[in-house]
Each structure stands twice: as C-alpha cells, then as structure tokens.
Design a protein around this ligand. Structure first.
Ligand code: G4P
Length: 293
C-alpha cells in the first residue's frame, strides 16, 4: 500500500500518559481484564500497549462486531488469541449474540484457578471484578449495556471530556469497571490506521474518501472478489487499479456528472458506507498469518 498520501494521525501524549496511569492504578482492583477489539480488525483495533499494561492479569478478548466479520477469520483470530495466552470469544453487542457465554467463560476458563482457590478457602461469595478496556467505538458501552440488561447513558469517550470510573454491578456477583480515559489505537502503524479508517474507528480525514474507497476496493478484489461482484455487478480480474474499480462501481450505479464523467466521490461514499453497514457481506480486514508489523 502506498501511504505517502496519508496525513499523520495526531494523538495527545499527555492524555496517553494519564490513561496508562489509570490502567496501572486500577489493575489491582480487578481479577481479570476484558479487552474488546473489532472482529474485522482484531490487531489494528488493539491498544498497542495493552499486553504490557495488563501483564499478569488473566484476559478475555472479545471479538466484537462479529456480525460484520468473516466467520472463518473470526475462528482463526480466536485461535490466535488463545495461543497467545488469552481466552477469546466472538460476540455481537448489537444483537447480543454470544454474550451469554461471556460470564461463564470468565468463571470457568479465564478465572478457573482463582475460582478454585476461592472455593477451597471458603471465599466463593467474593465478587468477580472485571476491567473493560478497548479503543473508542469498539463497543464498550454496548457491551456494558447489554450485560447490565438496561439502558445506561452513553458516556462521551473523547479526549478532553472528563468522566469518572464507574463500577457496574451485574447479576451473578460480577462487577465491571468501566474506565475513563481514551485508549489509543494502533495509530503509529499506517496500514493499521487505514483499516481503522475503513471501519470508521478513526476519522475519515486521515485520507480523502476516494483514496480510502480505492484502497478498500483493491483489498476486496483480492480477498473477497465474490462479495464485490455480487454487490456491484462489476467485472474485474485483479489487475485493475483502485480508481478503475471505483469508476466501475460508479458507472454501474449510474453516478455520472455532466459531460459523461463518473462521480467518483459519490461512488466512494457509497462503497465506504455499504462496507461499514455490512452490505458488502461479512468481511475481515486482517488475518492472523499476516505478520504484525
Ligand atoms: P464505545 O463505547 O466503545 O465507544 O462503543 P459503542 O458501544 O458506543 O459502539 C460504537 C458503535 O458500534 C455504535 O454504533 C454501536 O451500535 C456499534 N456496535 C457496537 N457493537 C456492535 C456489534 O456487535 N455489531 C455492530 N454491527 N455494531 C456494533 P453507532 O452508529 O455509533 O450508534 P447506534 O447505531 O447504536 O445508534
């Protein structure tokens, strides 16, 4: 991928330091960490320091938005995380699919040792405390709402907006620590940043929408050609450039501007919107065997 046309993504060093401190300070209050990632971009949507920050704590990785991701890839990612020492599950916090497995997995797998120890020492009545972490927009509020079984107000997750940490009590003697502070994604890796822009996890302005759509179309032509053919009824053999693919989509959809030119901006908006809403099918943007940079 040629990234020379990308603007560097800015973040706030002071904010990062504060979030790091918060995680470290609160880690001793919890038994395990539940890390939410986007099933379409399981590595790119992780905070790059998460392993180091939570070292030593049992971990459950939730591959959220699995309704939008490729099932086969999700299974590969589950194996990947299990091989790296965490437990992992695919969930969909919009419909609630897979969520009934979360707390049983925590008790019987993630915290099996602790549960046995508590049982032996007559402490089995102690609450299970979990820290929920994840980059913005990955589905933390949706998860907590679903697990808590009620509507909680969405708390703004933006740099500069202060909120306090809160414990959310669930049935079954479980308490969730909803952390304040924004966990930054893998923004220093430009390939990862592009994947996050595809899903809308980071601002579209890191790349103009047409460049973004062209890169997505190239990826789809390579990895999910059938989805692309079915959705847009276009022909291609994989040798086409991104702009050629984008023009084919625009032409098929009748997106013309005066003079017979194709409105590639409209076509790009359509492709990105349709990808994000799942109309192109269930698509994963990175696979475990492709080595992390
Ligand atoms: P956050 O707290 O981590 O920032 O994420 P939040 O729960 O606010 O979720 C961000 C967006 O992702 C929301 O969409 C939410 O509905 C959507 N989302 C969360 N989990 C899933 C999932 O498993 N599948 C799908 N398809 N979407 C999910 P939004 O457009 O911001 O709001 P709305 O559509 O809920 O109104």
């Amino acid at each position: 991928m040629d990234n020379t046309d990308m603007k560097q993504i800015q973040w706030f060093p002071g904010h990062m330091a504060k979030t790091r401190r918060l995680i470290t300070a609160n880690l001793k209050l919890v038994d395990a960490v539940v890390e939410i990632v986007d099933a379409r971009t399981p590595l790119s949507s992780r905070n790059p320091e998460m392993d180091r920050l939570t070292a030593g704590k049992p971990r459950l990785v939730l591959l959220n938005k699995s309704d939008l991701a490729d099932d086969r890839a999700a299974q590969m990612w589950i194996n990947y995380f299990r091989n790296s020492g965490a437990e992992a599950l695919a969930v969909d916090c919009k419909s609630g699919k897979g969520l009934k497995n979360v707390l049983p997995t925590v008790r019987t797998k993630v915290l099996a040792e602790l549960m046995e120890k508590r049982e032996r020492s007559g402490m089995s009545g102690a609450p299970v405390r979990l820290m929920i972490v994840g980059i913005p927009n990955v589905g933390k509020s949706s998860l907590i709402n679903k697990l808590a079984g009620g509507k909680r107000a969405k708390v703004e997750d933006r740099p500069g907006v202060t909120r306090t940490k809160q414990w959310v009590k669930l049935d079954g003697n479980v308490e969730l620590l909803d952390m304040p502070g924004v966990l930054w994604p893998k923004f220093e890796d430009q390939e990862a940043a592009i994947r996050l822009a595809f899903t809308g996890a980071i601002s579209d302005d890191i790349l103009d929408i047409e460049t973004l759509a062209m890169k997505l179309l190239k990826y789809l032509a390579e990895e999910y050609p059938q989805s692309l053919r079915e959705r847009y009824k276009i022909e291609f053999d994989g040798s086409e450039s991104g702009i050629e693919l984008l023009e084919r989509v625009g032409r098929k959809r009748g997106m013309m501007i005066s003079g017979g030119e194709i409105n590639t901006e409209r076509a790009a908006i359509t492709v990105i919107d349709e990808f994000r809403s799942g109309k192109l099918g269930r698509i994963t943007l990175e696979m475990p065997q492709k080595k992390e940079k």
